[in-house]
Write a protein that binds this ligand. Structure first.
Ligand code: NDP
Length: 244
C-alpha cells in the first residue's frame, strides 16, 4: 500500500500539463481518477489510456467557471467510485500582460478560472468531505503567488488569492478531518504560455521556461507525496522551483 492506492481523486485541468501528468501518475499508483477540463476529447482519450492500462478513470467535460459543471464532476466521481478523497483544483490560465495594456477581458478570465474556479471546486467537494469526515483539498498556486514580476500583476493577484483562501479553508475544516495543501510550482514546461496574447511577454517567458523549466512529473510526484502521508499529517504548503 502506498496510501494513494484506492483513493478517489478529482483533477481539474486534466487535459494537459500538470493535471494530465498527475492523473497518469496517481492512476499508476492505484488511485481512481475523475478527470475534468473543457476539451472533452482529450480527457476521454486519457481516461481510455488509463483504463486500458488496468487503471480506473472517468472523464467529465468541465468548465470550472460554471459552478454546476464542477459540482457535476465531483458528484460523478462519488457516484462512480463511492466517495471522494482528494480534489486537485489545478485548472488555471496565465495570459500575462502589463496592467497598462488594459487586457481587461483577460483579467476577468484569470479571476474566473484561477480564483472562482478554485472556490467552486471547494464548494463542490466540501459537503461530501464533511459527510465522510475525511478528505483532502489541494489548490494550485504558483511562485507567482509569492512574488510579482513584469506582467504578472493580475495572475499574481489570483495566485496570492489562492493561498489566502486555502489558508482560510485549512483553519475551518480541521473539525471535519479534511487536509489542505497549497502547491506553488516554479517553471514547468506545459501549454500554459501558449495563451499569452502579448508577443513580447510570451517570447520572454517562453525563452525563460524553455531554458530552465522542469517536466510535469516533478509536480505529479509532489501531489503523490502530499496525499501519501498518514492520516495525522497534513502537508499545508509546497513551493518548488527548477534547480537551474
Ligand atoms: P496547461 O495550460 O498545460 O494546463 C491548464 C489546464 O487548465 C488545461 O487542462 C486546461 O484545460 C485547464 N483549464 C483552463 N481553463 C479551464 C476552465 N475554464 N475549465 C476547466 N479547465 C480549464 O498549464 P499547466 O499544466 O502548467 O497549469 C496547471 C496549473 O499550474 C495552473 O493553475 C497554473 O497556473 C499552475 N502553474 C503552472 C506553472 C508552470 O510553469 N507550468 C507554474 C506555476 C503554476 P482545457 O483548456 O481543456 O479546459
Amino acid at each position: 500500500m502506498n496510501n494513494v492506492e484506492g483513493k478517489v481523486i478529482v483533477i481539474t485541468g486534466a487535459s494537459s500539463g500538470l493535471g494530465q501528468e498527475t492523473a497518469r501518475h496517481l492512476a499508476a499508483m492505484g488511485a481512481a481518477v475523475a478527470l475534468g477540463a473543457r476539451r472533452g476529447e482529450r480527457i476521454e482519450a486519457l481516461a481510455e489510456e488509463i483504463n486500458g492500462n488496468g487503471g480506473r478513470a472517468i472523464a467529465i467535460t468541465t468548465d470550472v467557471t460554471k459552478r454546476e459543471q464542477i459540482q457535476n464532476l465531483v458528484d460523478a466521481a462519488v457516484e462512480q467510485f463511492g466517495r471522494v478523497d482528494v480534489v486537485l483544483n489545478n485548472a488555471g490560465i496565465m495570459p500575462l500582460s502589463p496592467l497598462e495594456r488594459l487586457n481587461v477581458d483577460e483579467w476577468d478570465q484569470m479571476i474566473d478560472v484561477n480564483l472562482k474556479g478554485v472556490l467552486y471546486g471547494i464548494a463542490a467537494a466540501l459537503p461530501h468531505m464533511k459527510e465522510q469526515k475525511s478528505g483532502h483539498i489541494i489548490n494550485v498556486s504558483s511562485v507567482a503567488g509569492h512574488l510579482v514580476f513584469h506582467g504578472s500583476a493580475v495572475y499574481s493577484a489570483t495566485k496570492f488569492g489562492v493561498r489566502a483562501l486555502s489558508e482560510g479553508l485549512r483553519q475551518e475544516v480541521k473539525p471535519y478531518n479534511i487536509c489542505t495543501t497549497i502547491i506553488s510550482p516554479g517553471a514547468v514546461k506545459t501549454e500554459l504560455l501558449e495563451h499569452i496574447s502579448e508577443a513580447d511577454i510570451k517570447e520572454a517567458n517562453q525563452s525563460y521556461v524553455g531554458q530552465v523549466g522542469v517536466t510535469p512529473d516533478a509536480f505529479a510526484r509532489l501531489v503523490a507525496f502530499a496525499i501519501s502521508q498518514p492520516a495525522d499529517v497534513d502537508i499545508n504548503e509546497i513551493l518548488f522551483r527548477p534547480t537551474a
